[in-house]
Design a protein around this ligand. Structure first.
Ligand code: DGL
Length: 256
């Protein structure tokens, strides 16, 4: 197969990375895509760095066996645990990870705290601490570890009383009075963006890094002349380690 026609691979601990792939499809509809969700081993956000790294490498090997031309680690947790090592092992692969989009939140220049919702693992990592350090003089940034939130999305719950109860508890100290924006530091969370807005109010900006990540992989592929020149719509394949119809059906629903 001509290299340009090869698919772009996306991976996540489950269905979350589809929020990033969705953005990529918007700006590159003619590309072919392969998605791997590791729902069987989810959540990654409460595992050790070594466990996450091993699972991430396994997922990447699967995608490479499918002949991908570029890779998006569409999981903040897997990015913080493994992206450096992946770049060393696959130096020639256009490879993009995702990290909490603090920069656009700071650049809004609004008064009030910036909340970062992410998995406990992402918040614990040095990579995250360095990111916080970089912006600590420019804004008051508050990390909020959200163990248990990705499970709602994995089971297809995107709204409703239970989810609202969870979010209200997490965000009980905050409102549009004292918060300028919320950064979604986990790729599952954009699927519950409306429920988050409902609690904090419409004036609080909710920011995720999906679009920026999509633009970045496009740039990396363009640099290597690897963009697909076809003008027709590309093909999408979705795999999940659970191997059940239910999770594949949910994946297509989230992508639509
Ligand atoms: N979607 C993942 C992320 O962006 C994490 C969910 C998890 O496995 O804990 O961090």
């Amino acid at each position: 197969m001509d290299n340009n026609n090869k698919p772009i691979g996306f991976l996540d601990s489950g269905v979350g990375g589809l929020s990033v792939m969705k953005e990529a499809i918007k700006i590159m509809p003619n590309e072919n895509y392969i998605y791997f969700g590791d729902s069987k081993n989810a959540p990654y956000g409460v595992k050790s760095t070594k466990e996450i790294r091993d699972l991430t490498f396994k997922a990447v090997e699967f995608l490479i066996s499918k002949g991908i031309k570029g890779l998006v680690v569409a999981c903040n947790t897997a990015t913080s645990a493994a992206v450096r090592e992946l770049r060393t092992v696959y130096p020639d692969m256009p490879l993009v990870g995702i990290e909490p989009a603090i920069k656009p939140a700071v650049e809004l220049g609004r008064d009030g705290k910036i909340l970062i919702m992410a998995t406990p693992m992402t918040i614990k990592q040095d990579k995250f601490k360095l990111l916080l350090d970089k912006y600590k003089d420019k804004a008051e940034i508050v990390p909020i570890p959200c163990a248990g939130l990705m499970e709602f999305i994995e089971s297809g719950v995107l709204d409703g009383i239970e989810l609202e109860y969870y979010l209200k508890e997490k965000l009980s100290d905050y409102s549009s009075e004292n918060v300028s924006s919320v950064v979604l530091g986990c790729t599952h969370y954009p699927f519950v963006k409306d429920s988050i807005s409902k609690i904090l109010g419409k004036n609080v900006e909710v920011i995720d890094g999906g679009e920026g990540t999509a633009r970045e992989i496009k740039r990396r592929l363009a640099e290597k002349n690897l963009l697909n020149t076809n003008t027709t719509k590309g093909k999408i394949e979705i795999y999940n380690s659970l191997g059940e119809d239910k999770i594949i059906d949910l994946s297509w629903k989230l992508l639509s």
